[in-house]
Design a protein around this ligand. Structure first.
Ligand code: ZN
Length: 241
């Protein structure tokens, strides 16, 4: 069974009534529920737990880490970020959700500013599947809408994705690369844009389907562990000539 940890900053839900109304159990609680229903083993972790809930032990038992953060990216300890990045390079999957584009682990793994333009006006977003053969597109329609979304617009300052699965159009005219795949070391990364805290986006079937597919895709495979050493003894006999 794929073991998932859903990490959430978990501040908005505790501090703002309008967010608590959308996610009374916290964004991590909502995501945990639908991923558990899909058959994954799911734990949660939040910013204000010791070590942000991301101890060595927790990460060692995590195949795919989901990250939702917004207002307190700077409060995430750098030694915990180091630990997360080490696990990703070692093969752990990493899903950055919505405002996690500015999270420390995502920015460090990508190496760019990850900046974008935004507008909070409850406008319509249409997401197009632009790579229909990709595993993350499994079971999705050609396009689907999020009725009330916060707009994120290009330029999104990221490296060109290895695979771009979803492209968004917004009512106000902007477009955005909303489903981006990367590999870093042995790990797979997926950035997924929808998910603003004041809209019930994580309760939407298509959004849940993307996240479930992305967890399956990002889970580590059974490949070999590479050795990084001075290989003084060749595997095949070397010619004397
Ligand atoms: Zn937002």
């Amino acid at each position: 069974m794929t073991r998932v940890t859903v990490w959430n900053e978990f501040r908005h839900e505790r501090e703002e009534e309008r967010v608590r109304e959308q996610y009374p159990e916290g964004i991590h609680g909502t995501i945990r529920e639908f991923l558990a229903e899909a058959g994954f083993g799911v734990e949660t972790a939040t910013l204000d737990e010791p070590e942000h809930g991301l101890t060595e032990e927790r990460l060692a038992e995590t195949d795919v880490l989901l990250w939702w953060g917004h207002a307190a990216h700077d409060e995430v300890r750098d030694d915990v970020v180091d630990r997360v990045i080490e696990r990703v390079l070692d093969g752990m999957g990493f899903l950055a959700l919505h405002s996690a584009h500015y999270s420390k682990p995502f920015k460090r793994l990508l190496g760019t500013s990850c900046s974008l333009t935004w507008r909070e006006a409850g406008e319509r977003e249409r997401l197009w599947v632009v790579e229909p053969g990709h595993p993350i597109a499994d079971g999705l329609p050609e396009s689907f809408t999020v009725p009330d979304a916060e707009m994120y617009g290009e330029r999104f300052d990221i490296p060109a994705p290895d695979d771009l699965v979803l492209l968004s159009w917004f009512e106000g005219g902007e477009v955005f690369r909303s489903g981006c795949c990367y590999r870093r070391g042995a790990g797979k990364l997926f950035y997924f844009r929808p998910g603003h805290e004041t809209y019930p986006i994580y309760r939407q079937a298509e959004v849940q389907r993307v996240i479930e597919n992305a967890v399956r895709w990002a889970a580590p495979g059974g490949g070999p562990t590479p050795s990084f050493e001075n290989r003084t003894e060749p595997l095949e006999a070397l010619s004397d000539e």
